[in-house]
Design a protein around this ligand. Structure first.
Ligand SMILES: Nc1ncnc2c1ncn2[C@@H]1O[C@H](COP(=O)(O)OP(=O)(O)OP(=O)(O)O)[C@@H](O)[C@H]1O
Ligand SMILES: [Mg+2]
Length: 501
């Protein structure tokens, strides 16, 4: 890859019409892509496949999140078809044995060249909040009170672990929270003191306090706050409040603390299993997090969201030096994986040469995942930041009407038949043909219900493409239209997977 990323931004990845000026480029890819289409409309086998192959053929590394069991074998076939060695494809799942201790990685940031951003409680807190605030039973989506209460709980659990034990591990965070005092009286109880991890670490932290006061007064203040939280604020919360905040964290964390995910994400990584750091993708590896939501459910989703967020952060921090590659973030059924951090990531994605591709059926999927507390602001912001939008056949009116607005209106010139004054029809010989001009949708909503979905000869999937700020030169929708109709051929997928799923 050239040292200068600017030099490859205009490299074409896919032709979107016969006119070479309409090529979809690395620049477009790094500005983000959203693919919409109803079930069976050809998202995966049409535009998804074409884009995935273009990335692989151009040497991209990437992260693939998985909703369905077919995702991993599909990427193996893509690699074969794109001429990529299978050694470029790394699967993170219980069977592969690879490990990624995300808290250790995020707290210690071993791949960073500077110490800036290391050992920050805030980084871990925001990692959890980003992943806990979307999807099913998202407590912090509902009310800022819960968000603040959860933030406080996590901040003090992490500070207690970091100061008391010198490190931050998920089993320890869960143990602190579960063994915290439930009342002021319990604090005095010798039985509680004996079995409480929270108390054990409070004691260890207290022993470190005098040294901390001298070496790092700021951190000493953090410790004072943390002690006050666990010995006073937390036991004074109402029982109901306490149990809601605690369970919003421990409920999700519990899945990671059980086999087989515990070994993958919470235990010490060995040199042999240390193959799935986010930085591997920066050098051209494709990491598939093979914990399909359809099979692993909520815990699979939670683990993948955490990995994704850590990956996004590592990608934001990367320097494009040495053997760097453009990278992609791939999420089919993206409604399971979207977070508020995606909007922020998109803002730096182009300068870090990172191409996000999200595929989902319709807009309501995102409204459900991101919440509608501020209208649909979160969804609007996400979609505003994914510049390329591809629409396949869809029966969802909300998505089709929204798509119509995305492509905007254009001035259409049509002949109109004029009748006489007063509206009385004139004899045909007196009628005149005028030119009538009006702003009409570039692509009316109904057009999205009629697109070809593939699955039958000629095995072609139609998609209508929008790319923010672009007009297409060779579009069937007219000169300088915001829309271009693209036909994506489907390919038979005969190859057998090298590794049973
Ligand atoms: N390689 C292929 N060759 C021919 N037909 C295919 C191929 N792959 C999928 N199909 C068919 O093409 C249609 C579109 O399938 P595809 O899986 O791409 O849709 P999708 O939009 O991704 O659906 P979903 O929302 O369920 O994931 C379906 O009828 C499917 O059975
Ligand atoms: Mg699909």
């Amino acid at each position: 890859m050239p040292a200068d990323p600017e030099a490859i931004l205009d490299h074409p990845l896919l032709p979107f019409s016969k006119n070479p000026a309409d090529a979809w480029t690395i620049r477009n890819a790094c500005e983000g892509t959203q693919i919409f289409g109803g079930t069976g409309s050809g998202k995966t086998s049409g535009s998804g496949r074409a884009i995935a192959l273009s990335f692989l053929k151009n040497g991209f590394g990437g992260l693939v999140l998985t909703a369905k069991n077919e995702e991993w074998p599909l990427w193996e076939r893509y690699c074969q078809q794109a001429g990529r060695p299978l050694s470029d494809l790394i699967v993170l799942d219980p069977k592969s044995g690879f490990q990624f201790n995300f808290l250790d990685y995020e707290f210690n940031r071993p791949d960073d060249e500077t110490d800036e951003g290391k050992h920050l409680t805030h980084n871990i807190v925001s990692l959890f909040l980003a992943t806990l605030s979307t999807g099913e039973a998202a407590v912090s989506n509902a009310d800022p009170f819960w968000n603040d209460a959860l933030r406080e709980l996590l901040t003090h659990a992490i500070d207690l672990a970091a100061i008391g034990s010198g490190d931050v591990h998920l089993p320890d965070l869960a143990a602190i929270i579960r063994s915290a005092p439930q009342s002021r009286a319990e604090i005095q109880s010798p039985t509680w003191q004996k079995k409480s991890r929270c108390f054990e670490l409070l004691r260890a932290a207290a022993a470190r306090a005098p040294a901390l006061k001298k070496e790092n007064p700021g951190r000493f203040n953090d410790l004072e706050e943390t002690v006050a939280y666990w010995l006073s604020d937390f036991p004074n919360l109402s029982e109901k409040t306490r149990s809601i905040i605690v369970s919003s964290f421990t409920g999700k964390a519990a899945g990671l603390l059980r086999s087989p995910l515990r070994r993958m994400f919470c235990e010490k990584v060995t040199p042999a299993t240390d193959r799935v750091r986010p930085t591997e993708t920066h050098r051209g590896k494709i990491i598939v997090v093979n914990l399909p939501v359809k099979e692993y459910g909520e815990v699979g989703r939670f683990a993948q969201m955490i990995y994704k967020t850590v990956w996004q952060r590592a990608t934001e921090r990367r320097r494009l030096a040495g053997d760097w590659r453009p990278v992609f973030l791939w999420a089919d059924e993206s409604q399971y994986f979207v977070t508020a951090e995606d909007m922020l990531f998109q803002q730096t994605a182009r300068s870090k040469m990172a191409a996000t591709v999200y595929l989902t059926q319709n807009l309501p999927n995102y409204h459900a995942a991101l919440g509608t507390r501020h209208g649909n602001a979160a969804t609007d912001s996400l979609l505003g930041n994914l510049q390329t939008k591809i629409f396949h056949a869809n029966g969802d009116p909300a998505t089709n009407e929204w798509a119509e607005r995305v492509f905007a209106r254009k001035l259409q010139v049509r002949p109109s038949f004029s009748t006489g004054i007063g509206g009385h029809s004139q004899p045909a010989s007196n009628a005149s043909t005028n030119v009538h001009q009006a702003y009409e949708p570039t692509v009316p909503a109904i057009a999205f219900t009629k697109l070809q979905k593939g699955g039958v000869p000629p095995y072609v999937v139609q998609g209508i493409v929008f790319s923010g700020g672009r007009v297409w030169k060779g579009s069937d929708f007219g000169e300088d239209a915001t829309a271009v109709m693209v036909s994506f051929p489907q390919q038979p997928e005969p190859a057998k997977c090298s590794r049973p799923n």
